[in-house]
Design a protein around this ligand. Structure first.
Ligand SMILES: [Zn+2]
Length: 137
């Protein structure tokens, strides 16, 4: 079994607050919240970085990011949204399983964020996830 934390989340071996899921993609909220409504969109298969995605995975991640981004906007009305990914340690990648961060941004937020960030209680994550899931419907 892989030691990859995201593979364990995909497999349900680590509990997660799920926002969206299909055959190729899982969107969840549990790895640090830069701002409320921050969602991570991960490829379900263990794919290290953007270069290793096949076309179907790339399309599925892009579509999921777009749909979830719209739902974050509907649920949280942020002033902006950062769509962020890191590929390779020099680019800031710390979990080597491909994922994209969707980070709601508000006026006055700095562009930089550092890890670890806020990890709110699961009940708060579930409340935020429910708002996004409702906006996805
Ligand atoms: Zn993995």
């Amino acid at each position: 079994m892989s030691n990859c934390v995201f593979c364990k989340i995909v497999a349900g071996q680590i509990p997660s607050t799920r926002v969206y899921e299909d055959d190729l993609v899982l969107a969840f909220m549990d790895i640090g919240q830069v701002n409320p409504g921050h969602v991570l969109v991960a490829a379900k298969p263990h794919v290290e970085n953007v270069y290793a995605l096949d076309d179907a995975q790339a399309a599925a991640v892009a579509l999921a990011c777009t749909r979830v981004a719209r739902a974050i906007r509907a649920a949280f009305a942020p002033a902006g949204l950062s769509v962020y990914q890191a590929n390779g340690a020099p680019a800031g990648q710390t979990v080597f399983h491909y994922h994209v961060h969707l980070v709601p941004r508000h006026d006055g937020d700095g562009m930089a964020f550092t890890w670890p960030v806020n990890n709110p209680p699961r009940a708060q994550l579930e409340a935020h996830a429910a708002k996004i899931r409702a906006a996805l419907a």
